[in-house]
Design a protein around this ligand. Sequence first.
Ligand code: HMG
Length: 392
Amino acid sequence: MTIGIDKIGFATSNYVLKLDDLAEKRGIDPEKLSKGLLLKELSIAPITEDIITLGASAAESILSEKDKQEIDMVIVATESGTDQSKAAAVFIHGLLGIQPFARSFEIKEACYGATAALDYAKLHVKQYPQSKVLVIASDIAKYGAHTPGEPTQGAGSIAMLISQNPRILSFNEDNVAQTRDVMDFWRPNYSTTPFVNGIYSTQQYLDSLKSTWAEYQQRHKVSLKDFAAYCFHLPYPKLALKGMKKIMDKTLPEDQQQILKDNFDKSILYSQKVGNIYTGSLFLGLLSLLENSDNLKAGDKIVLFSYGSGAVAEIFSANVVDGYEQQLSTTRLQELDQRLPVSIPDYEQMFFEEAQLDENGNAYFSGYENQVYALTEIAEHQRKYIKVEKPL
Ligand code: HMG
């Protein structure tokens, strides 16, 4: 039995911040962002869009009514959750109308969480082959205005349906994980934005990549020549490019090195326009690769590097399934170009807005007509969501 990704969907907000505009306003050279970080745009979420609406939208874009009757586990990986107790997965389970006898919960370890969720999903389907598991990676990455991390913010969600006989990718049994207790990036409960040791975090990322990759190769007796593409966690694409260069095997034939480089370029296209979406970033890279590569074929092996600050890293691989392209979109880049550009003052107001609750814990929101799902109000401290009937 093969187990893997049968469907994969993506949702982001309808607003975009152009990084050339940000550079101009902050008085920095635009090339520092376009070439130094390899970023072009960021998705900006308004208060009515959170990890629950984005997660539900990503899932809605791929699920049939039959899937909703067959899913028996919903896992949401996030580090920007809306509640310390109630899991985002429970809200999403309800919004999507998934059959009631399902297990729904949230999982956390910075940007790494969705990788653990996939492994749990794989084990579950192995035990119950008729099961389908919905894994959602959903985050809004906010560092704050005028911070070094500001150009690496973003918002978005990836939804993956895990089943037997998957139609996109089948997982291999080769995961190698590494944990190291470091303070490179963390967000205490009392803070809405993370504390970051920026340069140290990049060193941890690269060193985790190098050492986990060495262990992976040694355990599984494989090398880069065995893979058609390498997907990385993408806090910003330039760091992944550094990672790619670090592990590139210069003894490979030129054409094979070129295929890996071309596929890397295809894997960063979406992130360059969306920014960091934490738990979903690696899988947004995977989606970008699958939807844009012109050389991937059935049986090709893709290796994935997951990294979550704190830190946990994991490397695992999956095989491309025959006909995979039929499950994917060909219009994603054009759709991203339809987001509404926001000015810097609008971004600063919109992205960092906090709910102003009255004395009874109520707040009302508007302006969500073009979303798929929306947070419409907080009523006595309870978040209320709707599915927008016909988004504009
Ligand atoms: P910075 O101030 O942009 O750093 O902060 P910089 O001054 O080193 O510049 C960045 C690059 O731009 C450098 O290139 C410069 O040379 C280049 P590099 O040397 O690295 O190749 N540059 C220029 N290029 C062209 N024209 C110019 C120019 N000027 C400079 N004129 C930093 C960068 C990453 C520190 C910041 O963005 C940050 O703090 N980001 C947030 C943390 C982060 O993303 N860390 C990544 C690793 S940790 C991780 O991946 C986990 C995470 O996703 C969270 C989680 O797990 O939950 C973050």
